[in-house]
Design a protein around this ligand. Structure first.
Ligand SMILES: NC(=O)c1ccc[n+]([C@@H]2O[C@H](COP(=O)([O-])OP(=O)(O)OC[C@H]3O[C@@H](n4cnc5c(N)ncnc54)[C@H](O)[C@@H]3O)[C@@H](O)[C@H]2O)c1
Length: 344
């Protein structure tokens, strides 16, 4: 462990959420760092006990966020707090306030902190495949694995919010106050991953449009009939929670000089709902899935790519997917979810 790593203090927003839960465990396992965690909701005890401090509060509360960054001399921000795609479509204006307003709030504060301390605050933002907008099923099929700069025409408030936040992050990282004489000694160091659907064994998702796969898996493992709200042919890219946490930690640690861009695709495999349902059946033979299509959510999934091209993440900072669909079930999903429901 380097002395620099010893001194790092992470502010993690959205710590009560699914990825927050995984990331706090990942940060605590891998790094000797201080973790200051916040969320609008109470942070569950299992996560709370791994943090140095926890604060319940709104990421849009400038006073609170400024106090946390200044008081703890924050060096890294993992900004996870957001309203996800389905929830955001129900309350788009609130989604904009939280997803854009909250991110902008933290970017401004991180920029001021970097400038006054002469040291770049590292800012990691999980973005999403929702920033892509495919023009119907035929386009989705034809496009295959999309690259970062292609098809950036999101059709959801969530996707538009995240795409804009990626641009804001790149601006604050490279161009902030470019005409000012008193620009400050350092800009922020912004990095972002466009995450695919994330599958966790220990937590159940809410409010996302990729929830159909984790919902089917959790229903099967807990002995309940599953319902899938998209057609069996609906296909997007996926990764498991351990892979998601590893990728976020890896982009956070990557050598800045190796990064040719600020936003990268990551994913482990591409699979349709029906293909996942088949694998579920091999591991949980008595499980069943009923398809009750929600055409509006189906439309959103149809606008997302079937796969993403991760070659830039591979060449710049060594990203490698760990598991195929079948391996993910064998090595992570089945053993972890069985343990989870045995304890419940
Ligand atoms: N889970 C996925 O499949 C997935 C995929 C792509 C990107 N992401 C991104 O990863 C991040 C974390 O996602 P997740 O799956 O853990 O979501 P989640 O909904 O489980 O967690 C989000 C957390 O943000 C908190 N939050 C919401 N509004 C807030 C506010 N105003 N102030 C403070 N906290 C607030 C919520 O209370 C919640 O605990 C999000 O930014 C999301 O866009 C997730």
């Amino acid at each position: 462990m380097t002395s620099e790593a010893k001194r790092r203090t992470v502010l993690l927003t959205g710590a009560a959420g699914e990825i927050g839960h995984g990331l706090v465990h990942g940060l605590r396992t891998h790094d000797d760092i201080r973790i200051i965690a916040t969320d609008l909701k109470e942070i569950p005890e299992g996560t709370r006990s791994l943090c140095d401090e926890v604060h319940v509060g709104d990421v849009c509360d400038e006073g609170l966020m400024q106090q946390l960054i200044a008081m703890h001399e924050v060096t890294d921000i993992y900004h996870l707090a957001a309203l996800l795609s389905t929830r955001a479509e129900h309350v788009p204006e609130i989604a904009h306030e939280v997803n854009v307003g909250g991110t902008w709030n933290l970017l401004k504060l991180a920029a001021a902190h970097s400038a006054s301390h002469g040291r770049s605050v590292r800012f990691v933002l999980p973005s999403t495949i929702a920033v892509y907008g495919m023009d119907g099923a035929e386009h989705k099929e034809r496009a295959g694995a999309v690259s970062e700069d292609d098809c950036n025409l999101p059709t959801t408030m969530y996707g538009a919010n995240k795409l804009y936040c990626e641009h804001l992050g790149r601006y604050y990282s490279n161009h902030y106050r470019r005409l000012a004489d008193d620009r400050g000694a350092a800009l922020i160091d912004f990095r972002s991953l466009r995450l695919p659907g994330v599958i966790a064994a220990e937590t159940k998702p809410t409010g996302g449009t990729s929830d159909f796969v984790p919902e089917m898996i959790h229903a099967a493992a807990s002995g309940h009939p599953g319902t899938c709200f998209v057609r069996s042919s609906a296909r997007i890219p996926w990764m498991t929670m351990p892979e998601c946490v590893d990728a976020l930690l890896a982009i956070g640690r990557a050598d800045r000089s190796k990064l040719s861009r600020s936003v990268y695709n990551v994913a482990a495999f591409s699979a349709s709902a029906g293909e996942v349902a088949e694998v579920i059946r091999t591991h949980f033979p008595s499980s069943s899935v009923d398809y009750a299509i929600d055409e509006n959510r189906q439309d959103i999934v149809d606008s997302w790519p079937a796969d993403v091209d991760c070659s830039r993440a591979a060449s710049d900072w060594g990203y490698r997917p760990r598991w195929s669909l079948e391996e993910a079930f064998e090595h992570y999903i089945v053993p972890s979810i069985q343990t989870h429901y045995a304890k419940a």
